[in-house]
Ligand binder design. Structure first.
Ligand code: SF4
Length: 387
């Protein structure tokens, strides 16, 4: 399928009065700190009061004006009146044996998205979705099979962070990393993703380190160049093949932006930011992990400061691919290591709880479309942290 790409342009940490004055209420998480400052300035509310109110959101993760205990009753009433405080509903929270938690969320428009909390020894990371479904139709991806429904708003993207941050806080830990590797192509929803990234990394937003927020793209070439100027974050690229005929078989986006154009944009990105780029490479048996493909990859990587994550394909029903043997994985890795390319093997987390991207939402959509009476079949334990 030819990727049908919307490539509108952006920017992020500037106040957004169009949002303030829209006819319908805007989600409170659509507002960056400068947006809040403008809102309070227009209401002639003194600076320290506006700082207090915004701190409740960015520092204390409140989900309602009622929780802003040192804010006046009148101002809380204004905030309740002027903004939409609805968050996506947690339909299920499935805990994996490996310590990850897969959240299935239902948007107010009745669509399903997924976020995954990934717990490691020294950090906790969140994988967020940027769209409901996806246009890119990558052949190994469950979300790609769903098709595209719509972009998520900034509010819906940041809500995933807020919901997970509250869960993690209950455990006495801090949600320190965010990866845009859930459902959707982040750079196809450019404006909302860039605004979200800037809110996450801004010191007067959620204050995460820019190195700890990663945007992963399948290769939306024009937006890669824009991203270098518009956001501070890390960049990962889903490569999966370094030869055009093979890559376009696996990833249809390669027909629109072939490898030569992708490489040129990435080299520009690297020149502009000075950052190392991470390449994600799913290893698929008898498809992209032989000696020829390893040589193609080395050729493509020439000129980059790069790291490659090797991810053995996780075989699951309905997918035409298999996982390579351990020997094949090792041989591919050694070929790269012998040529000074760091290529750790990463194993997908949460496989026992439908860990592949889009698997849970696809299951849920299927259960709704095929058997309406089974709508709640995936419902599990829902953490009560939003009260
Ligand atoms: S891998 Fe990413 S870009 Fe490709 S179809 Fe899946 S969600 Fe979309």
């Amino acid at each position: 399928m030819e990727a049908n790409l919307n490539t509108s342009s952006s920017h992020s940490e500037t106040p957004n009065s169009a949002v303030v004055h829209s006819a319908t209420k805007t989600g409170f998480l659509n507002f960056s700190r400068p947006d809040w400052t403008q809102y309070f300035t227009e209401k002639k509310i003194p600076g320290f009061r506006s700082t207090q109110a915004a701190d409740w959101i960015f520092k204390h993760f409140v989900t309602s004006p009622d929780q802003m205990s040192n804010v006046s009753k009148d101002l809380r009433a204004d905030l309740a009146q002027d903004f939409d405080w609805t968050l996506p509903e947690i339909v299920s929270a499935l805990n994996s044996k490996d310590g990850s938690t897969k959240l299935l969320l239902k948007t107010p428009t009745g669509q399903y998205i997924e976020s995954v909390i990934l717990r490691y020894e020294g950090r906790v990371s969140l994988c967020v979705s940027s769209q409901v479904g996806c246009k890119m139709a990558c052949s190994f991806c469950q979300t790609g099979k769903l098709g595209f429904f719509r972009h998520l708003t900034t509010h819906e993207i940041i809500a995933q962070y807020l919901i997970a941050a509250r869960i993690v806080r209950e455990e006495g830990r801090r949600l320190s990393h965010v990866v845009f590797m859930g459902m959707g192509e982040p750079l196809d929803n450019y404006d909302n993703v860039v605004k979200s990234v800037n809110m996450l990394v801004s010191p007067d937003g959620f204050g995460l380190s820019a190195r700890h927020v990663t945007v992963s793209t399948s290769g939306v070439v024009p937006k890669i160049r824009d991203l270098a100027k518009d956001a501070r974050c890390a960049l990962a690229v889903s490569l999966h093949a370094a030869r055009d005929d093979l890559r376009q078989e696996i990833m249809p986006i390669n027909r629109k932006w072939p490898l030569s154009e992708l490489k040129s944009a990435l080299l520009d990105y690297q020149r502009e930011t000075g950052d190392k780029i991470t390449f994600e490479y799913i290893l698929i048996r008898e498809k992209n992990c032989g000696l020829r493909e390893a040589k193609d990859l080395m050729k493509f990587l020439h000129g980059f400061k790069a790291k490659v994550n090797l991810i053995p394909f996780n075989a699951h029903p309905g997918m035409p691919y298999d996982r390579p043997s351990d020997d094949e994985i090792r041989a591919f890795q050694v070929y790269l290591a012998d040529r000074s390319i760091a290529a750790p093997v990463r194993y997908s987390k949460g496989l026992d709880v439908s860990g592949a991207c889009g698997q849970l939402a696809a299951k849920t959509e299927e259960s709704i479309h095929l058997a309406p009476a089974r709508k709640n079949v995936v419902a599990g334990k829902t953490p009560n942290v939003l009260a």
